[in-house]
Structure formats: structure tokens, C-alpha cells
Design a protein around this ligand. Structure first.
Ligand code: FE
Ligand code: FE
Ligand code: FE
Ligand code: ZN
Length: 165
């Protein structure tokens, strides 16, 4: 079905991010295993749990809106996960890899922040239910939180350890 209306675009975007979140639930455990810093492992594991909740929120949006998701694969997340995997393979395990993992994870978060920001704006423009907008905003806030925690960890610990390595 071609995308014609703003509602079509909303469905397309929501289906895309559903695929993105699903892909991320498979990538985050690998990133946690590759990390050396306990704090970074904890951050990835915590965001894995959040990500599982985000998939459920999308299910709730679908239920509340009565819209039907399309089967699409998020090509951007596929690429971002691939780059993160390359980093794991190419960088020796330790503080430098940790810095690389944080960079890879922040690219993921920024992609998600852009996507949920758009979804919130589209939902508002389309006059969708307040409940739907809140679900999307909750996830947007979690993605921003994850990004900030990664920045804080990089600043507080990982980059300093990496430069001394
Ligand atoms: Fe997410
Ligand atoms: Fe995408
Ligand atoms: Fe790239
Ligand atoms: Zn995220």
C-alpha cells in the first residue's frame, strides 16, 4: 500500500520503529556482553528492559488507534546495529571499545529520538487520542534519558579510562 496521507505516514513510521525496537532487543544483549565497564553493562541491560516496554507501548498504540502495522524492516537500525557489531569485532575489548559502544548506542538513541519526535508531532496533527500521544511521549522521554545517561557515563568515566589505555 503506497503512503498517501499523513495517517499513512504515521503508520509507516510506527511500523518502522516497531522493527527498529525489535532489532535493538537482539543487539543490546550483545553490546552488554562486549562492554567491560560494569556501569555500561548495567546501562545496556536497563535499556533492554525499557526497549521491551517500548515494544509493548507500540502494541498499545496500535490497539488504541485501531490502525494496523505494516511488515517493514527498519533499514537504518539494521545499519546502526551492523556498525555496532563491526565496532565489537574491530576494537579490542576494554575501555576503548566501551567508548566505541557508547558512540554506537548514542547513534541508535538519536535515531529513535528523531523517530518518536516525529510520531508525537504527527499524532498531534492527526488529532489522535491523548492516550496515544502520551504513550509516544513516554518512550521519547526514555530514549532521551538513555542518551543522557550514555553521555554522562562517557564524561564521568569511560573516555578518561580510554585515553589512559
Ligand atoms: Fe527504543
Ligand atoms: Fe527506520
Ligand atoms: Fe555510518
Ligand atoms: Zn533506545
Amino acid at each position: 500500500m503506497p503512503v498517501k496521507t499523513l495517517e499513512d505516514l504515521f503508520i509507516h513510521s510506527l511500523s518502522d520503529v516497531y522493527s527498529a525496537e525489535k532489532q535493538l532487543t537482539k543487539a543490546l544483549p550483545k553490546m552488554a556482553r562486549a562492554a567491560s565497564s560494569e556501569e555500561l553493562k548495567t546501562l545496556f541491560t536497563a535499556h533492554l528492559e525499557e526497549t521491551q516496554g517500548q515494544v509493548e507501548r507500540i502494541d498499545q498504540v496500535v490497539e488504541a488507534s485501531g490502525l494496523k502495522l505494516k511488515r517493514i524492516k527498519c533499514a537504518a537500525m539494521e545499519g546502526l546495529v551492523e556498525e555496532s557489531q563491526e565496532t565489537i569485532e574491530e576494537v579490542e575489548k576494554g575501555p576503548v571499545l566501551d567508548a566505541g559502544l557508547i558512540a554506537a548506542a548514542q547513534k541508535v538513541e538519536h535515531y529513535e529520538i528523531a523517530t518518536y519526535g516525529t510520531l508525537c508531532a504527527l499524532a498531534k496533527t492527526l488529532g489522535m487520542d491523548k492516550r496515544i500521544i502520551e504513550l509516544l511521549q513516554d518512550t521519547l522521554a526514555e530514549e532521551k534519558g538513555a542518551d543522557q545517561k550514555l553521555s554522562a557515563l562517557a564524561a564521568a568515566q569511560v573516555n578518561e579510562t580510554a585515553v589512559a589505555a
